[in-house]
Design a protein around this ligand. Structure first.
Ligand SMILES: [Ca+2]
Ligand SMILES: [Ca+2]
Ligand SMILES: [Ca+2]
Length: 270
């Protein structure tokens, strides 16, 4: 019994250490985690390996995947913000859905469909089956010009529609709802720019020290060190549904844990 308790304690400890999405996101039981990364204050991923805490990209998923989800959690000891964005799978290659580094070979400047957005940040449009999404994933520098036609955007600021240069290494990992004119999550400047990285959930509204205008996608915010908690997770939904524990199984587990707790108390009393 002692070891069983130890096992469950360790399980919940690990679950809380890795994967806060587990506790925040509705419907996550259908998903498998592929990556977890504690974002550094100033990453140098143009040349250095990404130090994932979890990396299951080498494990093939039988039947492939139907959806890909990104979860970003930011905390400063006072407030905690989080967002979850899932979408129809735009790739079956699990090595190309994490940080789009040069080493990964991933570059995605595409629209995405069937987004599900959950967040605790007010002002962000939430909901399911949102078909006005786009992603800007690349390891390159980029300019403010419109890179994707037909989705709007501001050609004079860094926002949900920019153009990458195909070279250099400022870097961008951004997910947007262009229909709502909203940046959903952004992580930039993780290539080899020697300033603190940019990170944010929702549209940035603050000016920066580099441009005279405000960049809604957090470019040049250099704010990563403001957050002590910067947890990025990538999850996928397998095409073949996962076997989710039945309610009866959960009930059994709860009864078991209560019973174990009573036994433990009785042992403590002795
Ligand atoms: Ca732009
Ligand atoms: Ca952008
Ligand atoms: Ca940087």
């Amino acid at each position: 019994m002692k070891y069983t308790l130890l096992f469950f304690s360790l399980f919940f400890l690990l679950a809380s250490a890795y994967g806060a999405a587990i506790s925040d996101v509705a419907g996550i039981a259908q998903y498998m985690q592929i990556y977890q990364l504690n974002l550094p204050d100033n990453a140098l991923f143009a040349t250095e390996a990404v130090p994932y805490g979890i990396n299951n990209s080498g494990n093939a998923i039988a039947g492939g995947i139907s959806r890909i989800a990104y979860y970003l959690e930011l905390g400063n000891g006072i407030q905690r913000q989080w967002i979850w964005v899932s979408m129809n799978a735009f790739s079956q290659d699990l090595t190309k859905i994490g940080l789009p580094t040069y080493a990964s070979g991933a570059v995605w400047q595409i629209t995405v469909s069937n987004m599900n957005i959950q967040t605790n940040v007010s002002g962000i449009t939430t909901g399911s089956n949102i078909n006005t999404g786009n992603i800007e994933f690349w390891p390159y520098n980029y300019g403010t010009g419109l890179g994707v036609s037909g989705i709007g955007g501001n050609s004079g600021t860094y926002d949900f529609n920019d153009t990458h240069s195909g070279s250099a290494n400022y870097s961008s990992m951004q997910i947007h709802n262009y229909g709502a004119g909203q940046v959903l999550l952004a992580y930039n400047s993780w290539g080899a720019d020697y300033n603190y990285d940019d990170v944010g959930i929702g549209n940035n509204t603050l000016s920066n020290v580099v441009t005279s205008y405000t960049n809604s996608d957090w470019t040049f915010s250099r704010n990563a060190a403001n957050y002590t908690l910067k947890n990025l997770e990538v999850w996928v939904e397998p095409t073949i549904p996962l076997a989710v524990p039945e309610p009866a199984t959960w009930l059994f587990l709860m009864i078991f844990l209560s019973f174990a707790n009573i036994l433990k108390r009785r042992t403590d009393l002795n």
